[in-house]
Design a protein around this ligand. Structure first.
Ligand SMILES: NC(=O)c1ccc[n+]([C@@H]2O[C@H](COP(=O)([O-])OP(=O)(O)OC[C@H]3O[C@@H](n4cnc5c(N)ncnc54)[C@H](O)[C@@H]3O)[C@@H](O)[C@H]2O)c1
Length: 372
């Protein structure tokens, strides 16, 4: 079987790299609307390229497509591929508009098609370690999940990501970070309150900051604090160098604190560290002791932080074996609902209930877009 890349920019090229020597595949074909881009890829890799979507969809050997185009093209490409009977692995966000994401999930159900969404943090060891601790009961019942995320403005003026058509910051960037607490706790968000200050980045059509609080069905609470402009940007750094070390102490932060009834966990990307504490009642009061601290080598950053390699290969294996996606379409759609609720809450300055967003999304009436 062959795999196709639909939208072959930077992420598309990353997936080509992951799948080039996958022994299950007999070939790769990359499709993009830009002929200069497909020519560039054809010169660089032993793959087929095309600017005709039909050529991919009509090729019976292509059984799985990776939708790695810009967000505004996700729905159109995914729906066309599902209609052609292809398995679809679509990058996050599912779509730039919530109603399109809902239509994708619906179509996958109606056609019994394979649709997975690119939440590769669920394949990444930093976060699977926390999941394992929670599933083993080491943290007890999860009560609070706190995420602080401070990157620099690394998109630049010309990026499609700064435009309203990208679907907004929550879908593009923060969907990963509200998806994780849902997955870790196994509990659904019931209500979201989000507040955003005016932008620091004047040319963004999307928001650059959020203070977002989610209530979960179990009573747990999650908070995400996101500031995009504070840390130094990274555009001038050599990506082959140890970027985390350079950025550490330079304002960058991406840290989770997960508190349960029996213990707590911390993930800290810029410290390359995962920690676990255990709580114990003593005569003095509640004692907390650090019981595990793990780190990893620079060479393992990809596996720990953004394991798109394992995600891509797992999808190919699942399609070959006729197994369902590891993340069901409705599961991914719930994360899109949380993103839309956060944008709406930041728009209107009021808490937003997920059931209201779900009803609007399914009825095609609520956009994911959150713009300044
Ligand atoms: N999961 C992650 O951590 C992660 C990381 C990076 C990017 N992404 C996602 O990957 C996607 C692409 O990001 P990128 O950085 O590669 O962007 P990019 O701008 O480098 O590439 C996007 C490509 O899509 C092509 N395109 C646009 N509309 C198209 C259409 N209708 N049909 C075919 N091709 C079309 C463009 O020509 C371009 O080559 C985005 O959805 C982004 O959110 C995910």
């Amino acid at each position: 079987m062959k795999a196709a890349i639909l939208g072959a920019g930077r992420m598309g090229e990353t997936v080509i790299g992951h799948l080039l020597d996958d022994p299950i595949l007999t070939g790769l074909i990359a499709y993009d609307v830009r002929a200069e881009r497909t020519a560039e890829l054809a010169a660089r890799y032993p793959i087929e390229v095309t600017t005709e979507l039909r050529r991919v969809l009509d090729d019976p050997q292509v059984r799985v497509v990776f939708v790695t185009a810009s967000n505004d093209a996700h729905a159109e490409l995914s729906l066309a591929a599902l209609a052609a009977g292809k398995a679809v692995m679509c990058e996050k966000p599912m779509a730039a508009r919530l109603e399109d994401a809902a239509a994708m999930a619906r179509t996958a159900h109606e056609t019994a098609g394979f649709l997975q969404v690119g939440f590769e943090l669920r394949y990444s060891r930093l976060y699977t370690t926390v999941k394992q601790w929670i599933d083993e009961g080491l943290l007890g019942d999860v009560l609070a999940v706190n995420c602080t995320y401070v990157p620099g403005e690394f998109w630049g003026r010309d990026s499609w990501r700064t435009q309203a058509t990208s679907g907004g910051m929550f879908g593009e960037k923060l969907s990963h970070y509200v998806d994780l607490p849902r997955w870790w706790t196994g509990s659904e968000v019931t209500e979201v309150y989000s507040a955003s200050a005016p932008n620091a980045v004047p040319y963004f059509q999307v928001r650059d900051n959020y203070q977002t609080t989610c209530r979960f069905g179990t009573g747990a609470v999650g908070h995400l604090s996101f500031l995009m402009a504070l840390a130094s940007t990274t555009t001038d750094l050599d990506p082959l160098q140890d970027m985390l070390t350079q950025q550490r102490g330079d304002g960058h932060e991406l840290r989770y604190l997960v508190q349960g009834t029996k213990g707590a966990a911390e993930t800290d990307i810029f410290g390359r560290s995962i920690k676990r504490w255990a709580f114990e009642e003593t005569r003095r009061g509640l004692d907390s002791s650090l019981v595990e601290q793990l780190t990893w080598a620079l060479a393992d950053d990809h596996t720990y932080l953004h394991n798109t390699t394992e995600q891509a290969r797992d999808v190919v294996r699942r399609v070959r074996d006729g197994r369902p996606p590891s993340i069901a379409p409705d599961d991914a759609l719930q994360t899109m609902f949380v993103c839309a609720a956060a944008e709406l809450s930041s728009d209107e300055g009021r808490p937003v209930r997920l059931e209201d967003i779900a009803a609007l999304g399914n009825a095609g009436k609520q956009s994911l877009e959150g713009t300044t």
